[in-house]
Design a protein around this ligand. Sequence first.
Ligand SMILES: [Zn+2]
Length: 228
Amino acid sequence: MSGAGISTSCGLPDFRSDKNSFWEKNKPVHFSDFKDSKESRVKSWENNIAIQQKIKGTESSNMHKCVNKLLKINKKNFHITQNIDGLHKIEDGNADQVLELHGNIFNAYCLNCGQAFETENFFNLNVKTTGDSICPSCKNGYVKVGTISFGQKLKTSVINSAKKASENCDYFIVMGSSLKVSPANSMLTIAKNNGAEVIILNKDPTPFDSEASIIINGDLEKIYNEIR
Ligand SMILES: [Zn+2]
């Protein structure tokens, strides 16, 4: 299971320890505001486009690539991630193994009919020209980027798959997560309760360190270089 730490090692700013105030300038819009106001919808879209621009210039880390190798080696390996940046690269054939708890920034969906759109296309063709994000398909719902906003419910199907993967694993490896956000941290508890060994690779100590058999504190890329 990965968190922001696996991506900050490639230069992406972290929401919680943001030195360059990127997130300050692109303050997240609450889900209820998105539904209630046109201005909030446009703001939310602009934020997501700014984040996407930032991600576009960022390369996946060696740790990301290492995880993908593990997915390829064994179809029973899963990657649960809290990240929306897509740097974990869903590749051909591994889509079922990558469980994005907080969604993904590259796809957008209509909140009413579920129609999917590519984020940047939708922004250029609809939000920019109409000043809102009304669905061109059902003309009745708002199209929202696929990342989970504050106040928005997580996708039940993804949560259930993540729970199942956690229940069945032999090793639960945490990479770059402070384990302060639920339900991500509850996956560790599920794994532990079902007999898994817990390994934590993170910059700082976490509230779940007492559950782990192995803890390595450090930058993820440095850890990768040591253990590869
Ligand atoms: Zn629609």
